[in-house]
Design a protein around this ligand. Structure first.
Ligand SMILES: Nc1ncnc2c1ncn2[C@@H]1O[C@H](COP(=O)(O)OP(=O)(O)OP(=O)(O)OP(=O)(O)OP(=O)(O)OC[C@H]2O[C@@H](n3cnc4c(N)ncnc43)[C@H](O)[C@@H]2O)[C@@H](O)[C@H]1O
Length: 142
């Protein structure tokens, strides 16, 4: 089974909770959160950090990570099952923009419903809803 890990990154800006999405430079040019393949011997969390640094330029210290509540997506890519583990993470400095790699050509910061429309897949949309509720449950000012 193919396995990947990453972070659903959000920021609080202009009274909004906004989610970061990156546009793939290959294949179906899909939009997703920073994530990537888990290397042999690597733990999922380390993969999420490494891929986020590679794809968005963010370090662990740039993020407030909801480490105890990861969510998992399961889908099929080219006939093979794939599992993707995501942690929720808030960008500490909402003005710190990502630095993209050659794997992506564009980025968007979108409020919840627009982010859901952008990713398209029902399981990914449900995940955004669940993470969004976790943020709201904290009762922190936006
Ligand atoms: N297809 C490709 N062609 C050329 N180079 C590639 C490539 N994929 C990766 N590479 C390159 O491979 C190298 C290693 O990459 P690396 O990032 O290390 O590994 P990876 O496992 O390929 O990384 P990702 O999981 O981020 O890949 P992905 O974007 O293809 O996966 P996703 O599941 O979103 O998307 C896979 C498919 O699933 C679809 N999909 C996404 N989410 C869902 C969902 N929830 N349900 C159903 N389908 C979904 C997407 O639309 C997409 O069609 C990099 O240099 C990279 O550029």
């Amino acid at each position: 089974m193919k396995k990947a890990a990453g972070f659903v990154i959000f920021r609080r800006l202009c009274g909004e909770i906004q989610y970061l999405l990156l546009k793939a430079s290959y294949g179906s040019f899909h939009w997703s959160s920073p994530k990537g393949h888990v290397d042999p011997g690597e733990d999922d969390y380390t993969t999420a950090l490494r891929e986020t640094k590679e794809e968005a330029g963010y370090d662990e210290k740039d993020l407030i990570i909801y480490k105890d509540t990861p969510l998992t997506l399961n889908y099929v890519v080219q006939g093979k099952p794939k599992i993707v583990i995501y942690w929720l993470a808030e960008l500490r400095n909402p003005c710190q923009e990502p630095i993209l790699s050659e794997e992506h050509t564009d980025l968007k910061w979108l409020p919840k419903d627009a982010a859901k429309a952008c990713v398209g897949f029902k399981d990914n949309q449900d995940m955004i809803d669940r993470f969004h509720q976790m943020i709201l449950d904290q009762n922190k000012p936006v």
